[in-house]
Ligand binder design. Structure first.
Ligand SMILES: O=C1C[C@@](O)(C(=O)O)C[C@@H](O)[C@@H]1O
Length: 253
């Protein structure tokens, strides 16, 4: 598998990398949260700009981004605006979404940008191309908070993300049964043979917790862990997940 290397972090190789999300609502909250998260020594940090009270306002968002970049310095930063359609905190028009992501990429403050692959399929491919020209890595994503699609649909969705040019392919689904968890893991294992790009998958909620731990076997390159506050159901606190991933890795080697 090709790895994506950012600031010395090799995504797609060895132990899954730990990404901690920032979910603060105000500037003050975010600065405090960022300082705490920095001490947790994440491999990657995700700023969930949709959680910020001014997140959809490009100018204010980019100002906040500058502050966050300053705090994390050498830690790879993922910029995400999760739209309300995919479980995010606030709505945004398609034009504002494209604008925000392009402006964030141009600042040079972010290393990776999350693009919801299916927000408008015609526009997504163009958006990914323009973000890549700014030198950022693109994480295509898709979220299902109410169900786990069939294995075939999950594989198709990840393959579409691959075909539209993303560097990393990410899928989050909600299980309703143990079978749903197994379906997500099967789709992840299948993708190992169908792409040479890093894949990130998770089955959310309590029933899906295992999927956040077994990435090294199943083929999920990053696991999202709770820092100050979880950004999705089922996230495990960062210190606990680090210990567990290390223990599993030792057992494999
Ligand atoms: O896409 C994801 C994955 C996620 O939804 C999770 O389930 O851990 C958490 C989000 O913050 C992130 O953008």
């Amino acid at each position: 598998m090709k790895t994506v290397e950012i600031k010395g972090i090799k995504i797609g190789e060895g132990i899954p990398k730990i990404c901690i999300p920032l979910t603060g609502k105000t500037k003050e909250e975010l600065i405090k949260e960022a300082e705490t998260v920095k001490n947790m020594k994440p491999d990657l940090v995700e700023w969930r700009a949709d959680c910020y009270e001014e997140g959809e306002n490009s100018e204010n968002s980019l100002e906040m981004l500058k502050t966050i970049r300053g705090i994390f310095d050498t830690i790879p930063l993922l910029f995400t605006f999760r739209t309300d359609k995919e479980g995010g905190d606030r709505p945004i028009t398609c034009a504002d979404y494209v604008n925000l992501l392009e402006n964030a990429a141009k600042t040079g403050f972010v290393d990776l940008i999350d693009v919801e692959a299916f927000f408008d399929t015609a526009k997504t491919k163009k958006l990914i191309e323009s973000l890549k020209k700014c030198g950022v890595f693109v994480v295509a994503s898709n979220h299902h908070f109410d169900r786990t699609p069939s294995i075939e649909e999950m594989v198709n969705r990840l393959e579409t993300m691959d075909s539209i040019g993303a560097h990393i392919l990410k899928l989050a689904v909600m299980p309703r049964s143990e079978e749903d968890l197994m379906s997500l893991l099967t789709a992840t294992v299948m993708m190992k043979k169908r792409t040479d790009k890093p894949v990130i998958t998770m089955s959310m909620g309590k029933a899906g917790v295992l999927s956040r731990l077994c990435g090294e076997t199943a083929g999920s390159a990053v696991t999202f862990a709770a820092g100050v506050k979880a950004s999705a159901p089922g996230q495990i606190p960062a210190d606990r997940i680090r210990r567990t991933l290390a223990l599993l890795h030792e057992s494999f080697t």
